[in-house]
Design a protein around this ligand. Structure first.
Ligand SMILES: [Zn+2]
Length: 243
């Protein structure tokens, strides 16, 4: 079973897995083809050599607290999660400097949160789709630019806290897609009256309704991982077994 061990005296973290005792294999070289050898290896015993006489405790990972700066599947990245000993909460930084190197864990006294730095529109994609869907009755480039400017303006004034998140739209953990809410849609349509008339307005209205819940009209929230150093209170949350 996986265990997250903290040395209270040194602030070091060790992530104990069943693989710590696997022998390390050296593969054939040109000099001695066909042969390989195993070196007995126990990373946890190495940790205990330095910290065995110190005060150690097990930390529990706080459920759903995992955050990563890059795509989940990238091998070289820095991730963070929260852990607790039941009294204090910590942030654990998990990182690997190069492919092939072991994962490292660092304990930070503090709290972890996500901060929204911007709400963006998918301007290029919207422009492309407007051109594609309005082939028979094309909209002028000036009007497309005005529509994009209007949409960016709405995105810039919106509070993501009130928006509905679209699950699984992004593979990047720091990008979250949202639907424009009904108030936003009404405001957008109202302002479109100043840009489009008659059939053109009906076309753009249909375009908005077609794409507001998925695809190009989704708003993209850009988030940043924020670590607040200092003592953090423990949230009343269930704890999960270590990752
Ligand atoms: Zn120690």
């Amino acid at each position: 079973m996986n265990q997250l061990i903290r040395c209270i005296d040194c602030g070091q973290i060790f992530f104990k897995t069943p693989f710590d005792q696997c022998p390390e294999y050296s593969f054939p070289t040109k000099r001695s083809p066909g042969s390989f050898w195993a070196t007995e290896k126990d990373d946890f015993q190495d940790f205990l050599k330095d910290h065995g006489k110190h005060h150690l405790e097990e930390l529990k990972v706080i459920e759903d607290s995992f955050m990563s700066e890059r795509d989940y599947l990238e091998p070289v990245k820095t991730s963070y999660f929260k852990a607790t000993n039941g009294e204090e909460q910590f942030v654990i930084k998990k990182f690997r400097e190069k492919i092939g190197q072991p994962l490292k864990y660092q304990l930070i006294n503090g709290d972890l949160s996500l901060r929204c730095t911007a709400i963006k529109t998918q301007s290029k994609e919207i422009a492309k789709l407007l051109e594609k869907e309005f082939k028979t009755r094309p909209i002028s480039q000036i009007k497309i630019a005005a529509f994009l400017k209007l949409y960016r303006h709405i995105a810039g004034t919106i509070d993501p806290g009130h928006l509905e998140r679209v699950p699984e739209e992004s593979s990047k953990s720091l990008e979250i897609y949202y639907k424009l809410d009904d108030t936003g849609v009404s405001y957008l349509l109202d302002r479109c009256h100043q840009l489009f008339r008659g059939q053109e307005y009906s076309d753009i209205q249909a375009f908005i309704y077609r794409h507001k819940d998925e695809g190009v009209l989704l708003l993209k929230g850009i988030y940043k991982i924020q670590i607040t150093e200092g003592k953090a209170s423990i949230p009343r949350m269930a704890v999960a077994s270590p990752l």
